[in-house]
Design a binder for this molecule. Structure first.
Ligand code: NAD
Length: 268
C-alpha cells in the first residue's frame, strides 16, 4: 500500500495513521473536527488533510463511531470506492457489512475490529504501536474480493496484530459478552457509586479496576450499545439473573451458595 486515506483521526484512526506513516505510506487524513486534522498534520501522523472524501488511494480506513460509519461509507467518492481495500475499525460488524452490501462495495470492503484501545479517545490518545500483539477480527463475506481480503490480513499483520476471520453476526454476538457487557457493567457501577456521592479518590483498588472503563467515550459507547442492542439485551438479562441469584443467597444467608459463586468466578 502506497497511499492511504484514514477517516476519523481519533484513538484508533490516529494510531493507524501514525503506524502507516512510519512505514512509508503516504497518509491522507479526514476528520469532521478541523482541530484534530491540524494536530495530526503538525505531529506528522498524516501528510495531507482532505477536505472531502475523494482522493487517489489504495487503502481506505474508516475509524469513526459506528453510528456514522455507514453514512461515511456511503459518502465515499468514486476514486476512494476504487481502492484495493476499504476497511473500518468499528466495534460492531453486522451493520457496516450490510451498509457495504447496500452501497455496492461488498467486493472491496472488509470489516475489521481491532481488539486494542484505551478508555481515552481522540488524536492525543493515539500512538504508534497500539496494535502490536492485538487480535483483529475480520468479517469478509462470500462476495469479498480475494485481493481485498489478503490486503486486510496484510494491513493488520504489518501493524503487529494477529488476524482472525469471523462472520459479522457471530462477531457481534461474541463481542456483546466479552466487550460490550463488561463496559455496560463498569458504567453501571460507576454511575451507582457516583450517585452514592463517592468520588474516585474514595475508591479502593478493586473499585478503581472495575470502573476504569467507565471513563470511555460516551459518544462511541452509545453508538455501540444502540447498534448491538439485539445481542446486548440477552447478555444484560443473563447478568441480571446472576445478580438476582446473588441477592437471594445473601438474603437467606446461604454461605454454601456464596462459596460456589466465588469459586465459579475463579474458573475464567
Ligand atoms: P475517537 O472518539 O477517539 O475518534 C473518533 C474520531 O472520528 C474523532 O476524531 C471524530 O472527530 C471523528 N469523527 C466522528 N464523526 C465523523 C464523521 N462523520 N466524519 C469524519 N470524522 C468523524 O474514537 P475511537 O476510539 O478512535 O473509535 C473509532 C472507532 O473504532 C469506533 O467505531 C470504535 O467503535 C472503534 N474501536 C474503538 C476502540 C477503543 O478502545 N477506543 C477499540 C476498537 C475499536
Amino acid at each position: 500500500m502506497k497511499r492511504a486515506v484514514v477517516i476519523g483521526l481519533g484513538l484508533i484512526g490516529g494510531s493507524v495513521a501514525r503506524d502507516l506513516a512510519a512505514r512509508g505510506v503516504y497518509v491522507l487524513g479526514y476528520d469532521r473536527d478541523p482541530a484534530t486534522l491540524a494536530e495530526a498534520l503538525r505531529d506528522g501522523g498524516i501528510h495531507e488533510a482532505l477536505s472531502d472524501l475523494d482522493a487517489d488511494a489504495d487503502l481506505v480506513v474508516i475509524a469513526v463511531p459506528v453510528s456514522v460509519a455507514a453514512a461515511v461509507l456511503r459518502g465515499l467518492g468514486p476514486r476512494l470506492r476504487a481502492a484495493t481495500l476499504i476497511t473500518d475499525a468499528g466495534s460492531t460488524k453486522a451493520s457496516i457489512v450490510q451498509a457495504a452490501q447496500e452501497a455496492g462495495l461488498v467486493a472491496r470492503f472488509v470489516g475489521s475490529h481491532p481488539l486494542a484501545g484505551d478508555h481515552r479517545s481522540g488524536w492525543s490518545a493515539s500512538r504508534a504501536g497500539l496494535f502490536v500483539g492485538a487480535r483483529v477480527f475480520l468479517s469478509p463475506t462470500a462476495s469479498t474480493a480475494p485481493d481485498a481480503l489478503d490486503a486486510a490480513h496484510a494491513l493488520w499483520r504489518d501493524l503487529g496484530a494477529t488476524t482472525e476471520a469471523v462472520d459479522a453476526a457471530e462477531h457481534d454476538r461474541r463481542l456483546a459478552s466479552i466487550s460490550h457487557l463488561p463496559q455496560a457493567l463498569a458504567t453501571a457501577l460507576a454511575s451507582l457509586l457516583s450517585a452514592q456521592a463517592f468520588g474516585r479518590a474514595d475508591l479502593g483498588p478493586g473499585a478503581r479496576d472495575m470502573t476504569r472503563l467507565a471513563g470511555s467515550s460516551p459518544e462511541m459507547w452509545t453508538a455501540i450499545a444502540a447498534d448491538n442492542a439485539h445481542h446486548l439485551v440477552p447478555a444484560v438479562a443473563a447478568l441480571e439473573e446472576r445478580l438476582g441469584a446473588l441477592r437471594a443467597a445473601l438474603a437467606r444467608g446461604d454461605e454454601a451458595w456464596l462459596r460456589r459463586f466465588f469459586e465459579e468466578g475463579n474458573r475464567l
